[in-house]
Design a protein around this ligand. Structure first.
Ligand code: SAM
Length: 282
């Protein structure tokens, strides 16, 4: 199940959360980040959110989760909301979702991002990482990778850039197949007309961080997240997780005058709380 070809061809109900974590944990993107999202990472925040929604008797129908990565925490929130009576439809966005699974000489394959960055080679049914681990020197993997890269890198990039092979979405298959979910490739720093004013709950988890974006870009991104809220009564949750479970976030709700009010804080609150308040006041 480590190989892209089997991961994307097996029925989603035969793939466990553990299989997903293993598969996505091997994919290092062009930005040098892993596609993997820790399962249960946001459980405590999900629970606090749901309790607040219940307290304010606020049913949620449309949710936008921004920067979903492989969508593991998105699926968890979706299931949690549905289990507590919210008939939600969830839209999940990320700057990069698509990749291509391309056929290569000698029966090999590769999983490649549209920009030509190789995520994984597949040689004789085995996954070969294009990135190095310290251990590789001892296992001989560095030699295998050298050989594979020498033979397959160029055709893999050429095929992907030419749009050959099969397009796949780098999202949890269990989430992708969920009838209440749709994904969208979208950059939060660019205003997307199709998302404006549509969502009762917008969540930005581990995305709107000061270290990710330049101040002006972050300002635009926060402004866009607010613009995607459906109106008075809608919620915005911004949270960043430090370490394993040190959540620092803020839950906002839009008031009748269109301004946001702080309804809850997790840990010391979101690092962009002031910016959200400033932008929502016009
Ligand atoms: C650390 S992951 C967060 C995953 C998930 N929200 C969580 O908290 O478990 C950050 C994600 O944001 C995405 N991202 C980074 N910049 C983005 C942008 N400008 N627009 C949309 N997504 C972006 C990355 O591709 C990555 O998948």
């Amino acid at each position: 199940m480590h190989c892209a070809s089997s991961f994307f061809s097996v029925a989603p109900d035969r793939i466990s959360a553990r299989d997903e974590a293993r598969f996505f944990g091997l994919l290092k993107t062009a930005n040098n980040t892993f596609k993997r999202t820790e399962p249960s990472r946001l459980t405590a925040i999900d629970a606090a959110l749901i309790e607040t929604l219940a307290r304010y008797d606020s049913p949620i129908h449309a949710v936008l989760d921004l920067g979903i990565s492989s969508g593991v925490t998105t699926l968890e929130l979706l299931e949690r909301l549905r289990a507590t009576g919210h008939e939600v439809q969830m839209t999940g966005t990320d700057r990069s979702v698509r990749a291509r699974l391309v056929p290569l000489p000698f029966g090999c394959q590769a999983l490649v991002e549209p920009n030509g960055h190789v995520l994984q080679y597949e040689v004789m049914g085995r996954a070969v990482r294009p990135w190095a681990r310290r251990l590789d020197r001892w296992t001989g993997m560095h030699l295998v990778r050298k050989l594979v890269e020498g033979q397959l890198r160029k055709p893999a990039i050429a095929q992907a850039v030419a749009g050959q092979g099969t397009e796949v979405a780098l999202i949890s298959p269990r989430l992708r197949e969920n009838h209440a979910f749709q994904w969208l490739e979208d950059d939060i720093t660019r205003r997307s007309a199709a998302l404006i004013g549509r969502f009762d709950l917008v969540r930005a988890a581990n995305l709107l961080n000061r270290h990710y974006f330049e101040p002006e870009v972050l300002r635009r991104a926060v402004g866009n997240a607010i613009a995607y809220m459906s109106g008075p009564g809608a919620w915005l949750l911004v949270v960043r997780t430090h370490g394993a479970a040190d959540h620092r976030g803020t839950l906002f709700q839009m008031q009748e005058n269109g301004m946001l009010a702080i309804m809850d804080r997790y840990g010391s609150g979101s690092e962009v709380e002031d910016l959200v308040m400033e932008l929502s006041s016009g």
